[in-house]
Design a protein around this ligand. Structure first.
Ligand SMILES: Nc1ncnc2c1ncn2[C@@H]1O[C@H](COP(=O)(O)OP(=O)(O)OP(=O)(O)O)[C@@H](O)[C@H]1O
Length: 695
């Protein structure tokens, strides 16, 4: 096992020091980190916007305690029981800094009280809209079906309605049922925004639930609640703070418009829109102060909230952040590496395998995987038997569409909508295909793990790597503390040669090869007995490919893990596997030790595959002519018959079974006795010797 410490050491030492002395400081730094990573302009906009919002909050909730007048006060007591009315339309003065209104109210007092009202209405309206819209959007998008369609229609209709007219109608209705006041104004504003949250969240949920990282979460055994709460919600809600602040800004305008038109709060409750409406005649008479101050308040607060909203968009979404100094400090690859980068193979694989030879990591019996398609049902895997021994790596090869990935996913019972699995996949004496959902979830991750191709899309871009680990570990071991889960994550990262100091990085902060190793670390952190690695080295350069293969080798030799390695690359199989299973049109057509299959393939299809591999000795390119059959209507007899150079009459009539063709080698071809019990020996007359002929 390698411990890799590289150029990250100083940064980590620094964070550790902060952590041990001042956890609160560390926590604040942690919260501030995304802000540091945004551009200076974004930060400037957010903080100036926030400054103005805080100023208005002070005006709304602190100033009333300090300012001598209230917004509805029109006189003051000069002696006990003796009142003097404020002058009407008095210009700004020391006594009335913003002047007075036509009805003798102090303008500054009304600005202050209207600010409190604006924040209260804004808070109620936005909270109602967000709560209702987000909840409905998540549910509707995740569940789909009739409920979703009905809700989309309702929300679209509400959304299509002019928002101010909608707010007036709701305000009017609520005002007549309840009373015209703060709550009915807030509810009127809320109704306008519900469809906005709903539409954004619903559409986002709909697409995020199909993301590979959600499938990956399912593969690690996450429950629906966890998937929605952790994987979908956090991806979807990244837009919510932005909508929220923009809505908050807009709600000030809607409230003012309602007030201006007389459908908001009743006079003389101080409200900026209402006060502007009352001041329209004053402006014509040259009295500027009665409309100017409420107008300014609206403009300032709306602009500030908009700035915060736009700025937050950059902060919340890590992909939009511009890297600052902090980002550039994050170091890359470790300085020291093992000589051959092989993950430290210390024991002979054969020695371990010998002892564990008979233990099965997975036992597959009559596995069938079907999909519903527009052309009819299709069996992508059609009756596969396979024993995967502990400590063994079996390569699963075959042309694109032969059913390899379907088989790999079926081993975890990870089916897309419309997919079915039949048969048995036994892991730890439990059959995952027929187990209840709760057992399946437990088996995923602990009993069997799936290592996907395309690691970038399998990791939630908004979750740190540590969060992925903690989430997964605690799903299976709820009693494990977060701290312990983080330690396990660091250990697993170390095992795959990633500096543990990078545990808190986001997926996009890793290179492709490192992300693939992160996926592998996740696949092994719970020490499963079996790993399905689906094209784990696709799109990686040869050095990273070799590192991944070495890690897999170490897992099976040291940890005794059984590995099913799905790949197109026969070179990878030759390097990493003990046995190979060749799949064609949903079936295994040949299986045996790698050396035997590569040096002496028996099935004509395997011969074609091996012949089409390019090596240093290749002088002529071969390929298997023709196309695989349509699995919706597979041909009778051998599925390879119409592409086979040795096809006989019987091949289109008799479905061949796997039969022994060499030591530990089996092939499903009628050329060999036993592949089709009812084929008489004298009709086995291929046009040439299959052992020698070219394909
Ligand atoms: N969700 C699905 N719905 C319908 N058909 C599907 C679905 N997934 C796979 N198939 C079909 O099942 C067959 C096997 O596909 P699968 O992806 O398992 O093959 P594969 O050997 O892994 O291919 P590749 O090497 O290209 O990944 C193909 O005919 C494919 O079109």
């Amino acid at each position: 096992m390698s411990t890799v410490h590289g150029s990250e050491a100083p940064a980590d030492a620094h964070s550790a020091a902060v952590n041990s002395r001042t956890p609160l400081k560390k926590r604040l730094q942690h919260i501030y980190r995304p802000f540091r990573q945004t551009s200076r302009i974004s930060r400037g906009l957010i903080f100036s916007g926030l400054g103005v919002v805080v100023f208005f909050l002070l005006v709304a909730f602190v100033a009333p305690l300090l300012y001598p007048y209230s917004g509805t006060q029109y006189r003051k007591e000069v002696a006990p029981g003796e009142f003097v009315k404020f002058p009407a339309l008095a210009p700004p003065s020391v006594e009335h800094p913003f002047g007075t209104t036509r009805d003798g109210f102090d303008v500054l007092a009304r600005i202050i009280d209207a600010a409190s009202l604006a924040f209260v209405v804004m808070a109620i309206a936005v909270s109602i809209a967000m709560l209702v819209g987000v909840t409905l959007g998540l549910y509707s998008g995740y569940r789909g079906g009739k409920f979703d369609r009905a809700l989309v229609t309702v929300m679209d209709s509400v959304y299509a309605f002019p928002s101010l007219v909608m707010a007036i109608i709701v305000g009017f209705v609520l005002g007549s049922i309840l009373t015209q006041g703060v709550f009915s104004a807030a509810a009127a504003v809320a109704v306008v925004y519900i469809p906005q949250y709903y539409r954004v969240v619903r559409n986002h949920t709909f697409s995020v639930k199909q993301e590979p990282f959600v499938e990956a979460a399912r593969s690690f055994g996450a429950k629906d609640r966890t998937i929605v709460g952790r994987y979908i919600f956090f991806n979807v809600v990244q837009t919510v703070p932005v909508i929220l602040t923009l809505n908050a800004a807009d709600s000030i305008l809607v409230l003012a418009a309602l007030g201006f038109l007389g459908y908001g709060v009743p006079y003389p409750i101080p409200e900026w829109g209402l006060d502007i409406a009352k001041a329209t005649n004053d402006v014509a008479a040259g009295i500027w102060w009665t409309a100017f101050w409420p107008g300014m308040a609206i403009v300032l607060l709306v602009t500030a909230l908009t700035l915060v909203g736009e700025g937050l968009n950059d902060v919340v979404n890590p992909l939009l952040r511009t890297r600052g100094k902090a980002g550039r400090k994050i170091a890359g690859m470790p300085r020291s590496r093992r000589k051959n980068g092989d993950g430290g193979v210390t024991r002979s694989a054969d020695a371990v395998r010998g002892a564990a030879q008979e233990k099965l990591a997975a036992k597959i019996r009559d596995l069938r995987v079907g999909y519903r398609t527009s052309d009819g049902p299709l069996w992508a895997v059609d009756g596969v038997d396979l024993n995967l021994r502990a400590g063994e790596c079996v390569g699963l090869v075959g042309e694109s569409g032969s059913g390899k990935s379907s088989m790999g996913r079926a081993m975890l019972r990870l089916m897309p909508p419309g997919g079915v699995v039949q048969g048995e996949v036994e892991i730890d004496d439990r059959d995952i295909v027929n187990a209840p959902e709760s057992t399946v979830r437990k088996m995923r991750g602990e009993g069997i793990s799936l290592m996907f191709q395309e690691p970038m899309t399998r990791l939630n871009p908004l979750m740190r790597v540590s969060d992925h680990f903690v989430e997964m570990i605690r799903t299976h071991q709820p009693k494990t503390s977060r701290q312990r889960a983080r330690t396990m994550a660091r250990d697993a990262l170390m095992q795959v040669g990633i500096p543990p100091t990078r545990v808190d990085n986001y997926p996009h902060e890793f290179s492709g090869g490192m992300r693939q190793r992160v996926m592998l670390a996740m696949a092994i952190v719970l020490t499963p007995r079996t790993i399905v690695a689906d094209e784990p080295t696709t799109a990686l350069d040869v050095i990273v490919e070799s590192q991944i293969l070495s890690l897999l080798e170490r897992l099976r030799s040291e940890e005794n893990v059984g590995i099913l390695l799905i790949t197109h690359n026969l070179g990878v199989v030759a390097e990493a596997c003990d046995r190979v299973a060749v799949m064609y049109a949903g079936r295994i057509v040949e299986m045996g030790p790698v050396d035997q299959i590569f040096n002496d393939p028996k099935h004509p299809y395997t011969r074609g595959l091996v012949a089409s591999t390019i090596s240093l000795n290749t002088t002529e390119l071969h390929s298997v002519g023709g196309y695989p059959p349509n699995l919706v209507e597979p041909p009778t007899g051998c599925r390879f018959a119409d592409r086979c150079a040795y096809a006989m009459d019987h091949c289109t009539k008799v479905d061949p079974e796997l039969t022994t063709v060499g030591p530990e080698q089996q092939a499903a071809c009628l050329l060999y006795p036993g592949a089709g019990a009812d084929v008489p020996a004298d009709v086995r007359t291929p046009s040439g010797d299959p052992q020698k002929s070219e394909v």
